[in-house]
Design a protein around this ligand. Sequence first.
Ligand SMILES: Cc1ncc(COP(=O)(O)O)c(C=O)c1O
Length: 432
Amino acid sequence: MFVNDCLNINSSGHLTIGGCDTVELAKKYGTPLYVLDENVIRENCRSYVRSFKKFYNGNGMPLYASKALSCKELCRIVNEEHMGLDVVSGGEIYTAVQAGFPMEKVHFHGNNKTADEIRFALESNVGKFVVDNLYELELLNKIADEMGKTANISFRIKPGVDAHTHNFIRTGQIDSKFGFALETGEAYDAVKKAVTYDNVCLKELHCHIGSQIFDIEPFVTAAKIMVEFMGKIYKELGVVISELNLGGGFGIMYTKNDEPVPYEDYMEKVSAAVKDVSAEQGIPVPYIFIEPGRSVVGEAGITLYTVGGKKKIPGIRTYVSVDGGMTDNIRYALYQSEYTVVNASHADKESAEEITVAGKCCESGDLIQEHTKVAPVEAGDILAVLSTGAYNYSMASNYNRIPRPAIVMVNNGESRIIVRRESYEDIVKNDL
Ligand SMILES: Cc1ncc(COP(=O)(O)O)c(C=O)c1O
């Protein structure tokens, strides 16, 4: 009935998530409120780990891309589920350290890691640096030398694959700010350079072709290109790179129009491609990593809002204002992301009213969704926006000095706060 399996409707006609009544959650914790279903997150992690075992003899590890949603409790959960972590900033490293995450299972990404971040990552014994450019390679080698350390590194490569997704979330093509281009020889030159440096050890090659991708083909093509490149490096430089990181990007369901590929299908085809091309190239089958973010937490999450004013503009549209907006979900304003909206107070009623959900920020573009259908809505109703577990809290801001919402985790009818709601005190705490 809903795009997300963890959702249901109870005898009061209210939307439920993980066995909890969303209207009751809104009453207990206030709105706006992010709600995550723990079982869905854990089951998503397990499906990745299982498919590695099934199709690749367990010769690899999925890393959770914590940019999708970083907080201590999620670090603890993915560690319990035997996954590693992909981080992109000092703040995400700090979160992992504070959660007691095993730092050797952490990959550090980013196209402009600062010297301070590099030092902090080395002090924290981060397992691998995914190096984005030559400036970073040299900076890392220098800082590692000063600190008497050797950094394990990977290179982020642009394999030149077009991933058929939104322009802002495509990254594998040559015109991208991320990584070394393959076709210009830039990636090859970087490998030649890295193997001569004393304080970095090149272990892995990495690619990530984009996000919210529904085709398996671009992933398979990218994997083949990467293994061929590993073969070239072996043949021409005698260097064996034993690890391959194929990034994230697996699409999820935001609306009924989305058709995610079952993860096993991806893993089956990509594993076969990696094994076949490794054999053709005469190189050992690499240990592989993948970096799912959105597909671990996206569908596990919803956002609850309380409806305020309603503005009917005859012949044009009906605006329904909620007590959050682009400060907790910027994705519609940023790239017109589609979402399913449900009137959680009347989830048993037909979706008969067309509305535009407007946020409370001082921006006309502060919309959550336009022309979407919900059960007839009035002030005080709870609206639920589905599939908001990824890139919502992690992209939240304090625009208009609006405090960030809390995150509540639900599990089989129980709920607990995992991230507290910000207070007005929090808003001014750095002001002097
Ligand atoms: C390098 C890298 N890995 C993994 C991810 C996670 O992608 P997704 O959340 O689509 O799985 C991203 C997202 O931008 C990324 O840039």
